[in-house]
Write a new protein. Structure first.
Length: 304
């Protein structure tokens, strides 16, 4: 009997969610495809792993045994893959850095300059991730450090805030509020929103301003996995969205108007890293990010 790691990951997702629908959303695959993979795994192990009807999914005795085997196996594999990647990166003197949106703000070139001074001979490989992973690869050990938006909702990730910016409402240019110089959140609270995926957790709620809704759920027009998708749906007039001031500039395009929302707290862009990562190059990169952010603030004060 052979089972692929992917099949075990799918199985664990269903076992933890006890819902094929939620597991499929978490894995970013269709529910029929997930069901087919689970059926194939059940055939391979010659046992039914889930008892399911129209309303409930539960583990069978065989499923519970496999879950106890699969979880540590996957954890061990992830640890091994991360160790291999770390060794290769150290040998190549390359740091893998994740990001969720275009960084802009002149921040990244300044970070590279400061990092080069701290760690001569090292290079930085920038990798882009979708909103489904708000840690930008840190949790999966796909990156060594990352530019992330807060809140993360991840206790194993350390962060250092680099920039705090006002939140803006991204509106279609045809929206009735598009001509306003400033709005309050109540002006748009009942409108359909473009939302981050549910796997974004606390970050999804932040960009929906859930804490400002007095317990009323947001109306979600669509879930988006990237800033480009967010602005695309906003441009059609089907939804509004909240964005940071910096991204309102970075993603400026025809058909979109971004208006400050006066009564919302700021958005925070941070550099993140795994708390248990002791590598000197990672801490040097974090310090380089801090140096670059301070330099940009000084430059901004001088310009104003």
């Amino acid at each position: 009997m052979d089972a692929h790691l992917r099949d075990l990951r799918y199985f664990v997702a269903v076992a933890e969610e006890l819902s094929f629908t939620r597991a499929a959303e978490r894995l970013h695959i269709s529910q029929p495809a997930l069901s087919k993979q689970i059926q194939g795994l059940e055939t391979a192990v010659r046992a039914q792993l889930f008892a399911r009807d129209r309303r409930h999914v539960s583990l069978t005795a065989a499923g519970a045994v496999l879950l106890n085997i699969a979880r540590p196996m996957l954890d061990r594999w992830d640890e091994g893959a991360a160790a291999i990647a770390d060794a290769a990166a150290a040998e190549a003197r390359k740091l893998r850095v994740g990001t969720l949106t275009s960084i802009g703000r002149d921040l990244y070139p300044s970070v590279i300059d400061h990092f080069a001074k701290r760690e001569p001979g090292w290079s930085v490989e920038l990798r882009s991730f979708g909103w489904a992973d708000p840690t930008a690869g840190l949790r999966r050990h796909a990156t060594d450090a990352a530019f992330v938006w807060l809140p993360l909702g991840a206790d194993d990730i350390a962060v250092r805030v680099l920039i705090a910016e006002p939140r803006y409402a991204a509106l279609s240019a045809r929206h009735p509020l598009a001509g306003r110089r400033e709005i309050k959140f109540a002006d748009i609270a009942d409108e359909p929103f473009a939302a981050l995926p549910r796997t974004a957790g606390a970050l999804r709620e932040f960009w929906l301003a859930t804490d400002q809704r007095a317990g009323r759920p947001a109306v979600v027009a669509a879930e988006v996995t990237s800033a480009d998708e967010k602005f695309e749906i906003v441009s059609t007039g089907a939804a509004v969205a909240l964005v940071s001031e910096g991204n309102a500039v970075v993603y400026d395009r025809p058909g979109i108007v971004c208006v400050p929302v006066s009564d919302l707290g700021p958005a925070e862009l941070a550099v993140g890293w795994r708390q248990n990562d002791p590598r000197h190059a990672v801490r040097s990169f974090v310090d380089a990010c801090t140096d670059a952010a301070h330099a940009l603030r000084r430059s901004s004060r001088h310009r104003t």
